[in-house]
Design a protein around this ligand. Structure first.
Ligand SMILES: [Zn+2]
Length: 194
């Protein structure tokens, strides 16, 4: 991890002009122009996902002209990432709660599951015929993105293979802002439960 050019802490990930700085120094800088102070918050947490795997997150807060942004970024390459955004005068403790519940909700559903055919062949399928994830940069293939699902990276090709069992079905693809929630049709949700 890179060293902050102002305070020498080791979490410099923001580029301000030509300086690489940490979120604390960034917020100090923004505090003056925005007139809002970032309150204290836990910088990390760990939770178990649906499969029982422990997921460790780095929590960060940023004061931005559009509002206060908090993110929980999994401490691994191409893992889970959750963001929430609210107004500059929002209750920052509530914003943290909102982030925590978003993480819990995100970890509660497992979109892709593995099954075994009688032949022993293992294949992947969508557990509830739906898929949610994050579009990410693919360092190995600049023509197609990686899709991060359940905190794991999938190539476009792998996603395509999963879709092959739905030949003839319709597909709905919707882009959701990173600070919004992925919401599923509640009526369909009820149908599934019945
Ligand atoms: Zn710093």
């Amino acid at each position: 991890m890179e060293i902050c050019e102002r305070c020498s802490r080791s979490d410099a990930y923001i580029l301000l002009g030509t300086e690489r700085i940490c979120s604390a120094c960034f917020n100090d800088e923004m505090e003056e122009s925005l007139g809002v102070k970032a309150t204290a918050y836990p910088e990390g947490m760990a939770l178990r996902d649906q499969k029982g795997v422990m997921r460790s997150f780095r929590i960060r807060k940023r004061l931005l002209p559009v509002g206060i942004m908090m993110e929980a970024d999994e401490r691994k390459e191409q893992g889970f990432n959750f963001e929430v955004l609210d107004d500059l005068d929002c209750d920052q403790d509530q914003l943290l709660s909102k982030l925590l519940s978003k993480v819990q909700k995100g970890l509660a559903e497992n979109y892709i599951v593995e099954d075994r055919l009688p032949s022993g062949h293992i294949y992947r399928r969508m557990d509830k015929d739906r898929l949610g994830g994050t579009v990410a940069w693919n360092g190995e293939d600049q023509e197609t993105p990686l899709i991060i699902v359940d905190g794991e990276p999938y190539s476009w090709d792998q996603i395509g293979k999963i879709l092959m069992s739905y030949e003839g079905f319709q597909l709905k693809l919707e882009i959701v802002d990173s600070s919004d929630e992925i919401r599923w049709d509640e009526e369909k949700e009820k149908d599934r439960e019945n």
